[in-house]
Design a protein around this ligand. Structure first.
Ligand SMILES: CC[C@H](C(=O)O)C(=O)SCCNC(=O)CCNC(=O)[C@H](O)C(C)(C)COP(=O)(O)OP(=O)(O)OC[C@H]1O[C@@H](n2cnc3c(N)ncnc32)[C@H](O)[C@@H]1OP(=O)(O)O
Ligand SMILES: [Co+2]
Length: 134
């Protein structure tokens, strides 16, 4: 069911500083900031030869990553994103297997304008999983 690793996401308290570190210290290509008000985050993508790193900081006062950053003030690994061929079929199969799909269970468009869903970390070895329609 899951395919390519689309990105690994790191929540950060200061997106500009984290972007500069990846660009200037680690020598990576870093995209411009992309506000995603519908998701309560602003993101940049660090382009790598075999996948991407998504750096994200809270946007607005109801950001879903604010509690994570309160627990991890320096930032930290937040989620992994796997690609799936058919996100609705994947969702239905996972729900049938007892996994918790977050939100209302309906895919929403993510940073790549593709449908995404999130699976509860406590069902997947303490790891928040994002699925993105390939
Ligand atoms: C879609 C746009 C973009 C893209 O790539 O295209 C993005 O990726 S946007 C990313 C930001 N959006 C989300 O993360 C949406 C899904 N997330 C959520 O709904 C919440 O963050 C949730 C429910 C995963 C966690 O909520 P909260 O931080 O309030 O904590 P809880 O008390 O509900 O947590 C219960 C339990 O889970 C542990 N936890 C929380 N977050 C994570 C995490 N990122 N990784 C691993 N574990 C996590 C938390 O510590 C609690 O554990 P416990 O042992 O019970 O204390
Ligand atoms: Co993501």
């Amino acid at each position: 069911m899951i395919g390519r690793l689309n990105h690994v996401a790191i929540a950060v308290p200061d997106l500009a500083a984290a972007s500069a570190m990846y660009r200037d210290v680690l020598g990576a290509e870093v995209s411009e900031p992309l506000p995603l008000p519908g998701h309560g985050v602003t993101v940049v993508f660090v382009g790598l030869p075999n996948t991407k790193i998504e750096l994200l900081q809270p946007l607005g006062d109801a950001s879903p990553i604010a509690p994570f950053l309160a627990r991890n003030p320096s930032g930290g690994m937040h989620h992994v994103c796997y690609e799936v061929d058919d996100i609705l079929a994947a969702r239905d199969r996972l729900k049938a297997g007892g996994a918790r799909v977050l939100g209302d269970g309906e895919p929403k468009l993510g940073a790549h304008d593709k449908p995404v869903l999130f699976l509860h970390p406590k069902d997947f070895t303490g790891t928040l999983i994002e699925l993105e329609q390939a």
